[in-house]
Design a protein around this ligand. Structure first.
Ligand code: FAD
Length: 460
């Protein structure tokens, strides 16, 4: 068999996008996926099913709050099976869509788990394929908690939390990061009591502290309970359900929490087992992420890695950018990813969206900055829709170049795009503030935050 120009291992957003882009550039490409469907974590058990359930649960929850709009809904009820069925159909349609895109672009799809017996060779079952270049895009999986068994029924990871067959009475979420909050809110909206237990004294580590506080306040108003500064010690099964023992961090006392379901959402770790990296001599860092250079090449020539299995933000769009830049470089172009402008979004209500540096990071680095803030309470569109929680915050150099932007508010995940583009183009707060924004629109809060950084907000 003639050698492929490129074999991609892993059909997630990093791998499948890289495979399609490489085929567009004229390379002969195969993509190997072991899980039985393309799309990786993101489409199968991540971004897409979680957003489908967030949307469905939001519609259910909204019914309870329509009376302030003068609308009353009698007898609304939940059909969880139908909701899950819709989610599964959304996932199925999208994963089949990738198989179609592979055919359209001439990417060979090989099903099975791959290993790399030697540079230039990929093995699947008994078959060995030759490749000029190999791209590892094997992604990530939930990080387990030592001493806690995840049975995906009572004690679940994000994967189990996306397919519970009933609404829990009391769901305890361990970890107040993106995944814990999104899935916690799904089940809270559907009627569960939800308690989020977090080791740190704040939620959403890594997000600008002021914005994380706004998020916590808003989520608390929507029924989520937070137990911060607490570490899970053990989970015992009892006749009544589950009994959790948590330590108060820095204090010498323990607490007990009774629950019927527990979601462990303490982070994700790279998946590289079975590839044969040790024998090949591919270097990984202390946390198991594959080390790569600026062209995504590992320590072994001809073997590349991208996405969740390399250091950097563990996000689908970042994996895609990695994949495109990697194969464009392989094809002789100048692939590049600007990691300073990768946005992150938490799809809770209200959404949390951010790009660039946080205020804490600027302070720690001793960087001079100006900042501007505008609350949605002062935005007329937000007042009309009743979505007034949160604010837009921009951070800029004293000359006005935007260094970071952080939003807590309805549609924050869409609003951040303007500020991502501004940062990508090196725009200043003055330039964003002088851009005409439609009225009444949530985007006016972005403009006003930029004006505020210049000391001349109109509506504040
Ligand atoms: P993955 O998507 O993990 O894909 C890797 C693929 O490789 C997998 O399908 C795996 O089966 C396959 N594989 C592994 N080893 C082998 C092997 N040896 N042989 C063959 N195949 C192999 N990110 C966002 O940007 N936005 C979101 O809203 C978002 N929501 C999320 C919600 C949840 C609940 C979770 C869990 C994650 C979410 N993420 C989100 C993160 C996102 O899913 C990941 O960042 C993204 O999927 C990473 O893409 P990837 O291609 O690097 O890896």
């Amino acid at each position: 068999m003639s050698a492929f120009d490129l074999i991609v291992i892993g059909g997630g957003p990093g791998g499948y996008v890289a495979a399609i882009r490489a085929a567009q550039l004229g390379l002969s490409v195969a993509c190997i996926e072991g899980r039985g469907a393309l799309g990786g974590t993101c489409l199968n058990v991540g971004c897409i099913p979680s957003k489908a359930l967030l949307t469905s649960s939001a519609k259910f929850a909204e019914l309870k709050h329509l009376s302030s709009h003068g609308v009353s809904v009698e007898g609304a009820s939940l059909d969880l099976g139908a909701m899950m069925g819709r989610k599964d159909k959304v996932v199925g349609d999208l994963t089949k869509g990738i198989a179609f895109l592979f055919k359209k672009n001439g990417v060979e799809h090989i099903e099975g788990w791959a290993s790399i017996p030697a540079p230039g060779q990929v093995k699947v079952g008994d078959d060995v394929y030759e490749a000029k270049n190999i791209l590892i895009a094997t992604g990530s999986e939930p990080t387990p908690l030592p001493g806690v068994e995840i049975d995906e029924v009572d004690v679940v990871s994000s994967t189990g939390a996306l397919k519970l067959d009933r609404v829990p009475d009391h769901l305890v979420v361990i970890g107040a990061g993106v995944i814990g909050l999104e899935l916690g809110q799904v089940w809270a909206r559907l009627g569960a009591k939800v308690t989020v237990v977090e080791y740190l004294d704040r939620i959403l580590p890594g997000i600008d502290g002021e914005i994380a506080k706004l998020s916590q306040r808003a989520l608390s108003k929507r029924g989520l309970k937070f137990q911060l500064g607490r570490a899970l010690k053990s989970i015992d099964k009892t006749d009544a359900g589950l009994s959790l023992t948590v330590d108060r961090v820095g204090k010498d006392n323990e607490e007990t929490i009774e629950a019927d379901k527990v979601l462990i959402a303490i982070g994700r770790r790279p998946v590289t087992r079975g590839l044969g990296l040790d024998d090949l001599g591919v270097a990984v860092n202390a946390r198991g992420f594959i080390e790569v250079d600026g062209a995504f090449q590992t320590s072994v020539p001809g073997i590349y890695a991208i996405g969740d299995c390399v250091p950097g933000p563990m996000l689908a769009h970042k994996a895609e950018e990695d994949g495109v830049a990697c194969v464009e470089t392989l094809a002789g172009q100048h692939g590049h990813v600007d990691y300073n402008t990768v946005p992150g979004v938490v799809y809770t209500d209200p959404e949390v969206a951010s790009v660039g540096l946080t205020e804490e990071a600027l302070k720690e680095a001793g960087t001079d900055y100006i900042s501007g803030k505008f609350t949605f309470m002062a935005n007329s569109r937000a007042r009309s829709t009743g979505e007034t929680d949160g604010a837009v915050k921009v951070l800029a150099s004293p000359e006005g170049t935007i260094l970071g932007a952080h939003i807590c508010g309805a549609h924050g995940g869409d609003l951040i795009a303007e500020l991502v583009l501004a940062m990508t183009k090196g725009a200043t707060v003055e330039e964003v503030a002088r851009t005409c924004h439609a009225h009444p629109a949530l985007g006016e809060a972005v403009k006003e935050a930029c004006l505020d950084a210049l000391g001349r907000a109109i509506h504040a």
